[in-house]
Design a protein around this ligand. Structure first.
Ligand SMILES: Cc1cc2nc3c(=O)[nH]c(=O)nc-3n(C[C@H](O)[C@H](O)[C@H](O)COP(=O)(O)OP(=O)(O)OC[C@H]3O[C@@H](n4cnc5c(N)ncnc54)[C@H](O)[C@@H]3O)c2cc1C
Ligand SMILES: NC(=O)c1ccc[n+]([C@@H]2O[C@H](COP(=O)([O-])OP(=O)(O)OC[C@H]3O[C@@H](n4cnc5c(N)ncnc54)[C@H](O)[C@@H]3O)[C@@H](O)[C@H]2O)c1
Length: 473
């Protein structure tokens, strides 16, 4: 049977672009289908890039506000210039994901929405194309919770917030996860009164509890956080929105100019007609095996649409595995054990592997916990950035099973632990690496030193060494 293409990729975001470029570089005949006018997907247009550009702009405004009282009109002006800066950043980064780049790789681009006709045939706008193998990389969209009245108000999501044209005076944010906290802190720094409504008892529920507690304490200095609170009902009110919520059994109401919904993600699969290709789903995501194959072995699914870990670097990693398997015919298996992520709040949070609670459940007594407060590190003391913690979880022999940090720049300097883990080295090996003083990663080596301190000075071995030194040296 002959096909129009060897590989058709549906979705031109982080996962899909990795697959299309990789497959074309290995000589495959590739088509890429994207329904938006530009390539780049959520990360570029509504996710990582605009949020990080906004966070940086807001951070600079925050720094200025520490030294100078900003007026309302200052904040209005700074808000608009921050949003312009975000738009410019997207334009600049778009060049990396330009259509020309992919056309030059010999890829056929279809600017249309794709859906399945059968397991080898796709409807692409008005056209029909066939493919020997297909990779689905359609990403995800904001999950909108079933709060009464939500359809009667104009709420923001990550898809609209970066297009705000003027500074709202106030904002209620439903959801105190990564998106909720990153954007709430940025908005607050741009002069908006922000209140976060989080259903759980703590924000950032995926983080290590101790780390999330420090984060919540810090962020609470800049905005209002209501945990254990449930948004019951929303309604339009004047030029804003009223949010009725329950906390500690009592019913309350908040009024704000804008409402942001940041309550998780939902894979983009509704319009793909997966049933026509007999592709199975599970919990609203495309089911895949460890080779990233769907229930149809020639169809793969990568990135947010398969419900694994919704991060750009995961979509990229899965994209590379799909290229190996779909194009080269290998059998590379996906593993999520060693994937870090960073929450770009101030202070930043680094997360790798198990939280302490998860590690305790997995490893029981074979678990060691090493912690350094940043108030015990010279650099952080000198910079007056002492609020923070490094926490590394290892087995008794030093195998890294979890690593977490909160502190200025933690996303960068804490990756050292991830690198050591990826090289299959033990945590204590960091102790013998010379770190330039007083680089912030000294907090990591300081924590690794604790391993030896416990082994050498917290055991009978210490008595033996003392005896040896006294007697023989
Ligand atoms: C506010 C925010 C901030 C984020 N920040 C970070 C961060 O700092 N770091 C990080 O690692 N991750 C971050 N993420 C997550 C990251 O954006 C996603 O994990 C990543 O974009 C997923 O890539 P993907 O390829 O699976 O999907 P996407 O990048 O969303 O790409 C999917 C593409 O498929 C297209 N598409 C969908 N259906 C069809 C169809 N039927 N036909 C044709 N085209 C279709 C879409 O238009 C889209 O372009 C953030 C997300 C948000 C919302
Ligand atoms: N820095 C990064 O890498 C980064 C940044 C942003 C987003 N992301 C990705 O996007 C994903 C989605 O982020 P998110 O913040 O939307 O999801 P999330 O799962 O991180 O947080 C959603 C939060 O909303 C709360 N919630 C849900 N329904 C609620 C309700 N009805 N009322 C009150 N609270 C409610 C949940 O308890 C949870 O704390 C993240 O998991 C992450 O993978 C990554």
């Amino acid at each position: 049977m002959s096909f129009d293409y060897q590989i058709v990729v549906i979705g031109g975001g982080s996962g899909g672009l990795t697959v299309a470029a990789g497959a074309a570089s290995f000589g495959a005949e590739v088509a890429l289908v994207e329904r938006q006018p530009e390539l780049g997907g959520d990360c570029l247009h509504y996710g990582c890039m605009p949020s990080k550009a906004l966070i940086q702009a807001a951070q600079e405004v925050h720094q200025v506000s520490l030294y100078k009282d900003l007026t309302t009109s200052d904040y209005d002006r700074l808000f608009i210039s921050s949003m312009e800066r975000v738009a410019q950043a997207l334009k600049d980064v778009q060049e990396h994901d330009s259509k020309d780049r992919f056309l030059n790789l010999g890829i056929d681009l279809y600017e249309a929405e794709a859906s399945f006709e059968d397991e080898h045939t796709l409807k692409v706008g008005e056209k029909t194309i066939t493919a020997k193998r297909i990779v689905i990389a359609t990403g995800s969209s904001p999950f909108i919770p079933p709060v009464d009245g939500i359809d009667t108000v104009e709420y923001l999501t990550n898809e609209t917030i970066f297009s705000l044209k003027h500074r709202p005076k106030s904002m209620v944010v439903i959801g105190g996860g990564i998106i909720g906290l990153e954007l709430s802190q940025a908005m607050s720094r741009l002069g908006i009164e922000v209140t976060v409504i989080e259903g759980s008892e703590q924000v950032l529920t995926n983080e290590d509890e101790e780390i999330a507690e420090i984060a919540q304490r810090n962020v609470s200095e800049e905005l209002h956080i209501l945990t254990g609170a449930k948004a019951d009902f929303v309604e339009p009110s004047g030029n804003g929105i009223k949010v009725h919520y329950t906390k500690d059994g009592s019913v309350n109401v908040l009024h704000a100019e804008q409402l942001l919904v940041a309550t998780g993600r939902k894979p983009n699969i509704d319009r793909l007609e997966l049933n026509r290709a007999h592709i199975k789903t599970e919990a609203g995501a495309i089911e895949v095996d460890r080779l990233l194959r769907t229930s149809q072995k020639h169809i793969y699914a990568v990135g947010d649409c398969n419900g694994s870990m919704p991060f750009t670097h995961v979509a990229g990693m899965e994209g590379k595995i799909a290229v190996s398997n779909a194009v080269l015919g290998l059998a590379r298996k996906v593993s999520y054990e060693r994937i870090p992520w960073v929450v770009y709040t101030t202070p930043e949070i680094y997360h790798l592997g198990f939280t302490e609670k998860e590690a305790r459940e997995q490893h029981g007594d074979d678990l060691l916990t090493f912690k350094t407060k940043l108030s015990n590190n010279d650099r952080f003391v000198a910079e007056r950035n002492t609020e923070g913690l490094v926490k590394v979880l290892t087995t008794n022999r030093g195998k890294i099973v979890g690593a977490h940090a909160i502190g200025a720049g933690a996303g960068e300097w804490m990756q050292e632990v991830g690198t050591v883990q990826s090289l299959n080295k033990k945590f204590q090996s960091i102790s013998s690496i010379i770190h330039p003083y007083p680089a912030r990663n000294n907090a990591v080596s300081q924590t690794a030193d604790l391993y030896w301190r416990d082994k050498l000075f917290g055991s009978r071995l210490n008595d033996v060494i003392k005896w040896y030194v006294r007697k023989w040296r």
